[in-house]
Design a protein around this ligand. Structure first.
Ligand SMILES: O=C(O)CCC(=O)C(=O)O
Length: 269
């Protein structure tokens, strides 16, 4: 039975306090099987929508990570998943936004006994072309996440510390744990969730992940979303800037994001 999308006031208050919300299963086993089949097709370069994703970084043997950006442009099943109004509704409640738009999606596949360390970072620090920190990362587990399969680890409450300098490389061998202010109370929370469940985190929450030490893949489909009120601020290089310019409709500096690069997710059309 999929989890409902209406949150309680307590769940929203805990998100404000902790910087994350672990939801129950949103996608059934059958849906996850279909998503995984679609993901494998996209990894193999088969696109049922007839157009490629925006950026594809395939695994460099033997230990790297597959990372594909904006799979919604390439595949119907992946588009339906990352643009799900259920996810949009949950994100909207967490940040108190009247509407939610896609920022970009990511398919992540850590191979068995492989992958890399994802260095501790804050998502919004890479997204400075969004002027307001009103973003949520919605991380959909496509395999049961195990303590040894390289789960994301959240530094609880760290979204309250403001913006941090970018780490020296996002993917490598060094977690580069940030030196937190003395006395700052936190705990490391590994995101151990079943396939089909969704983890939501704030754009300023520090998080990272280790290699996959298990014999199974650790796949995730990630929907990075923003409030429909967010505006475009040029200055930091981002894939979305050159991709949005390919469409006649895109925001000018200071305008709200609009146009085909940033599809609306919630309220559902
Ligand atoms: O899946 C991971 O290990 C890291 C993902 C991440 O950093 C994110 O989705 O914001």
């Amino acid at each position: 039975m999929p989890a409902a999308s209406t949150l309680t006031p307590d769940e929203i208050a805990r998100f404000d306090e902790r910087g994350y919300h672990l939801h129950g299963r949103v996608f059934s086993d059958a849906e996850v099987d279909a998503i995984n089949a679609a993901a494998d097709r996209v990894i193999a370069g088969v696109y049922d929508k007839g157009s490629p994703p925006d950026v594809t970084t395939l695994r460099r043997e033997p230990v790297d990570l597959i990372k594909i950006d904006n799979t919604w442009k390439a595949d119907t099943t992946l588009a339906r998943t990352v643009l799900s109004p259920v996810i949009g509704h949950i994100a909207a409640q967490l940040i108190g936004a009247p509407s939610i738009r896609m920022w970009h999606d990511q398919l992540l596949d850590k191979p068995p006994h492989g992958g890399r360390v994802v260095t501790y970072h804050q998502d919004w620090a890479y997204w400075q072309m969004i002027a307001e920190c009103r973003t949520v990362t919605c991380w959909i587990a496509l395999d049961d996440v195990l303590p040894e399969s390289g789960p994301m680890v959240f530094l609880e409450g760290s979204h309250k510390l403001g913006i941090w300098t970018l780490p020296d490389g996002i993917s490598g061998d060094n977690p580069q744990k940030p030196a937190l202010p003395p006395g700052f109370q936190t705990r490391e929370v590994p995101v151990i969730i079943p396939r089909g469940a969704v983890s939501f985190h704030h754009g300023l929450l520090l998080h990272g992940s280790d290699r996959n030490f298990s014999p199974q893949r650790r796949r995730a489909l990630v929907s990075h979303v923003m409030s429909g009120e967010c505006t475009y601020r040029p200055g930091q290089v981002h894939m979305n800037e050159w991709m949005m310019a390919r469409y006649p409709e895109h925001p000018a500096p200071g305008e709200k994001f609009r146009g085909p690069q940033f599809p609306p997710i919630w309220p559902a059309a």
